[in-house]
Design a protein around this ligand. Structure first.
Ligand SMILES: Cc1cc2nc3c(=O)[nH]c(=O)nc-3n(C[C@H](O)[C@H](O)[C@H](O)COP(=O)(O)OP(=O)(O)OC[C@H]3O[C@@H](n4cnc5c(N)ncnc54)[C@H](O)[C@@H]3O)c2cc1C
Length: 827
């Protein structure tokens, strides 16, 4: 069973009592957001596995209590290099600020001994789960597998940190790491077993001798060295409260630069040895791997593929022997301190001498083994059967982006949702929250910008713009604006994450209707149009609207549209009324793509054209904002707009007169006559579906959290049978819809829009209906809170409901599916 991080505390140990008044003053002044004069300030101590005493601080007034973690040096005389909390703070800061490695946010470091007697730092409290026992008792087999996978991934992520780029280049020496470790721990062993101390074990010197002889050559130069955690084990990881992913790597006391394989071998020790029952038993690789936990080779393969490291078979014996030797030396030190009467840990310390000798014996027998690891990773042996090679498994590149995105969402988007909503419901609702613009810049820096752009569209723009003269962008500047060169399927995994929050997509410049409009320009804009409108849109400096729907005609059939676009000399004159032009209320909106008829007498599908219209052009009147179940979706909103003799330069026409339908497939792909359309559909078509899966996942998460924390009629909602069957059915619903949507994205990549249209239509019907079902259930579980604005559920539900109409009415998509089905029957 996992322990909740908040449950691992108890009363502060008498030897570690803190002076609360100066601590409170210091925290209020140095930790942004720390309550300044809380009515409640409580300190308790974490009891699990820290040599640097670690405390939970709870401060607040009334029902609002904020939680932080304080970590300090132990009191008393210490070795100068030991318990260096300043180094821990340094590494947490560097990783937290510059990488996607999951670590708690480090707020401040205090080296002034006058506050609580020793140096300390304050960091974020991570609400989550810790698995104390590596065998994961009480955890379902499939979740054990996921937890081990996440562990391998977390280790790979910390090993992938570019220490030079994040200011940790001098965090330790890189060369000769293993040699230095051997000498350091040999010295320590000798010191702990000198005269009057525990007897030294001659086998230890045999082990030292073997290690000295077998240091892998790659260790000498340190060229492959990097950040080493030093104590990487599953119980030093905080997992998400519900999802099986790591949200924080703890206890960086032994971190340094060096040979990372030492960390990997150390993390594998539970496979080989078990410190239970007073001695050292064989680990579960030998006694039987608990169901679901991957084998050591599978764990290593996960790590190697995520970290991009070669299969470590050649030197594996050495790295494991080194980890066992280090453990033996540490245990001997503890035993020595226990004999001298100054070791904490009671019986555990008393047994340390036995443990040390067992580890030495085990290390020697391990060295004597003929084979300690298969020559090749398991998937090389059984190609095609590895889980990692399944059909919808994102590539490593996408996984890295997805992790970054998840971290960004957790750190910057979810915490701001309430704040954004507050502004959107205030009198200043048609203004933009400054934090949104700041986050956009941050997203750009993090490489999470314009990820929706398909690689083929990016290629067209590059070609067009670079052949033009005098543009203001360097090649590099452009590249960063043109996304990551992803396929529709690859973007799908990321778009889903963004869909978990209504506020997220625009922060990454991946929101509707801008993506659809940019896609139109990417594919059909000429060079001048790209410079004038596409570039500022790609930069996120302006926003846009798409004006097709009209109040007086059934707009799901775009042939009904009545707005006229008449040529007059070098201009077009536009007259008509549009409504539901999303984004037009946004103060940053500058450009509208207007669809209307240039020739009322042409064949039905050649009458329509699209034209670029500057929203500030005289004759454009924003008549009113429309609301969706009472939400006006400020600041972007949905506008009713009249066009009264609006005069637009003729060069603003897109692709020429009569091409409206051809272009519309990009943006409003539900046009009823879409089988007549030519060309290739753009990805904008699927974005809503992908985001809806994200909204459904958010609903699942909130539903589960509520059910696990709210008691009704004497037990948690999660303990009521009816809830269990409901949430299980919801999960089935989400999984099958996700598969359908990913399948549609994959078909779009492989087959093009025409062949994929049936699956696309299915995804368009299934995604909003699934999201609505899940969100409705989540609302139900929240009771009255669910329909209020206190959670995101009501707004997510309202947005999802519109997509059964706004992304083309269900009936239109169902018509497509039925038609294809009947055609198939005729064959
Ligand atoms: C939140 C939101 C945002 C929007 N944003 C935009 C935007 O940015 N730009 C824009 O131009 N428009 C936008 N729209 C408008 C949207 O595109 C239209 O509402 C949609 O195309 C349907 O057109 P309509 O409202 O005229 O409904 P109608 O065409 O009148 O259809 C009404 C109903 O008739 C039924 N129906 C339609 N076709 C069939 C069929 N073939 N078989 C059986 N029944 C059928 C369906 O039940 C349908 O819901 C938005 C709408 C919403 C709600």
């Amino acid at each position: 069973m996992a322990s909740r991080t908040g449950d691992l505390v108890s009363q502060v140990h008498p030897a570690h009592q803190l002076d609360l008044d100066p601590l409170l003053r210091y925290a209020s002044a140095n930790v942004s957001g720390f309550p300044s004069s809380p009515s409640h300030f409580k300190v308790s101590q974490f009891g699990h596995g820290q040599s640097n005493p670690t405390f939970l601080l709870e401060a607040g007034s009334g029902a609002t209590v904020k939680r932080y973690v304080l970590r300090k040096k132990p009191p008393g005389k210490l070795l100068p290099s030991a318990h260096a909390v300043d180094r821990e703070f340094q590494v947490l800061r560097a990783l937290g600020d510059h990488t996607a490695v999951p670590v708690p946010k480090a707020f401040c470091l205090c080296t002034d001994p006058n506050i609580i007697g020793t140096a300390f730092y304050i960091m974020e409290f991570l609400e989550g789960r810790i698995f104390i026992d590596a065998k994961l008792p009480g955890v379902a087999p499939e979740r054990r597998r996921a937890i081990y996978r996440a562990t391998a991934k977390a280790l790979a992520s910390l090993h992938s940190a570019n220490v030079d780029a994040i200011g940790l280049g001098r965090y330790g020496r890189r060369d000769n790491y293993c040699n230095r470790q051997i000498e350091r721990w040999a010295k320590q062993y000798i010191a702990s077993t000198a005269e009057g101390k525990p007897a030294s074990n001659p086998k230890m010197f045999q082990l030292i001798g073997w290690l000295r002889q077998n240091v892998p050559p790659e260790d000498l130069s340190g060229t492959t060295a990097g950040l080493v955690h030093g104590d990487f084990r599953v119980d030093n990881l905080v997992f998400h409260p519900i999802e099986d992913r790591v949200i924080g790597i703890l206890d960086w006391e032994l971190s340094t630069l060096g040979n990372q394989m030492s960390d990997v071998a150390y993390s594998c020790l539970p496979y080989l040895v078990d410190y239970g029952n007073g001695g050292v038993d064989q680990g579960f690789e030998l006694t039987g791997i608990p169901e679901g936990i991957p084998s050591q080779a599978e764990f290593l393969e996960d790590y190697c593929s995520a970290a991009g490291k070669p299969w470590p078979a050649v030197a594996w014996k050495f790295y494991i022997a080194l980890a066992l030797f280090r453990g033996a030396s540490i245990f001997t030190g503890i035993y020595n301190r226990w004999l001298m009467g100054n070791a904490s840990g009671g019986e555990r310390a008393q047994n340390s001498g036995v443990r040390a000798n067992c580890l030495i014996d085990f290390a020697l027998s391990f060295i004597a083994r003929k084979s300690v690891l298969p020559e090749f990773p398991p998937s090389d042996v059984s190609k095609g059967f590895s889980e990692e090679r399944g059909r919808f498994v994102p590539s490593e590149r996408v996984k890295v982006l997805r992790d970054k995105l998840i971290k960004f969402m957790e750190e910057h988007i979810y915490p701001m949702e309430r704040e954004f909503s507050k502004l959107a419901q205030s009198e200043s609702h048609w203004t933009v929250h400054p934090e949104e613009e700041r986050l956009k810049e941050l997203a750009k820096k993090e490489g999470l910008w314009n990820l929706w752009i398909p690689f083929d569209s990016a290629a067209r723009v590059k070609k067009l713009i670079f052949k033009g003269v005098g543009h203001a962008f360097s090649n590099d500047g452009y590249n960063s604006l043109l996304g990551a060169g992803l396929s529709n399927l690859e973007y799908g995994y990321l778009c889903e994450i963004m869909g978990r929050s209504l506020w997220a997509p625009q922060v990454f410049n991946c929101g509707a209707p801008d993506t659809g409009n940019m896609e139109v320009l990417l594919r059909y804009g000429n060079e001048e149009q790209l410079h004038e409108w596409l570039i500022p849109l790609l930069e996120g400096k302006i926003r846009s609207g798409f004006a097709m729907t009209e109040p007086q005609v059934a707009s799901s059939d775009a042939t009904n549209i009545e707005c006229s676009i008449k040529r007059q000399g070098d201009s077009y004159i536009i007259n008509g009324t549009k409504w539901w032009t999303s984004g037009a209320m946004d103060p940053r909106c500058r450009i509208l793509i207007v669809m209307g008829k240039t020739d009322f007498s042409a064949p039905k599908h050649k009458q329509q054209s699209m034209i670029l219209v500057d929203i500030r052009t005289p004759g454009i009147h924003i008549k009113r904002p429309l609301t969706v179940f009472g939400f006006d979706d400020a600041p972007h909103g949905h506008a009713e707009i009249s066009f009264d003799n609006v005069c637009v330069p003729a060069k603003n026409i897109l692709l020429g007169e009569g091409h409206g339908f051809e272009i519309a497939q990009i943006n409003f792909l539900y046009l009823i006559l879409f089988t007549f359309l030519q060309g290739r559909l753009g990805p904008g078509r699927l974005h809503h579906c992908l985001r809806l899966i994200g909204a459904a996942e958010r609903g699942m998460q909130l539903m589960a959290q509520r059910a696990l924390s709210r008691k009704v009629f004497g037990k948690f909602i999660a303990e009521h049978g009816s809830f269990l069957s409901d949430i299980a059915k919801c999960r089935i619903e989400v999984e099958r819809t996700r598969l359908l949507v990913l399948e549609a994205a994959d078909q779009l990549d492989r087959l093009g829009n025409k062949k994929a249209r049936g699956t696309l239509a299915m995804a368009k019907v299934a995604a909003p209906n699934t999201a609505l079902k899940i969100l409705d259930m989540a609302i139900q579980v929240h009771g009255a809170a669910g329909v209020s604005s206190d959670t995101v559920l009501a707004h997510l539900w309202a947005a999802a409901r519109t997509l059964r109409i706004a992304d083309g009415p269900d009936e239109v998509h169902l018509g497509t599916i039925a038609k294809l089905e009947l055609q198939r029957a005729k064959l």
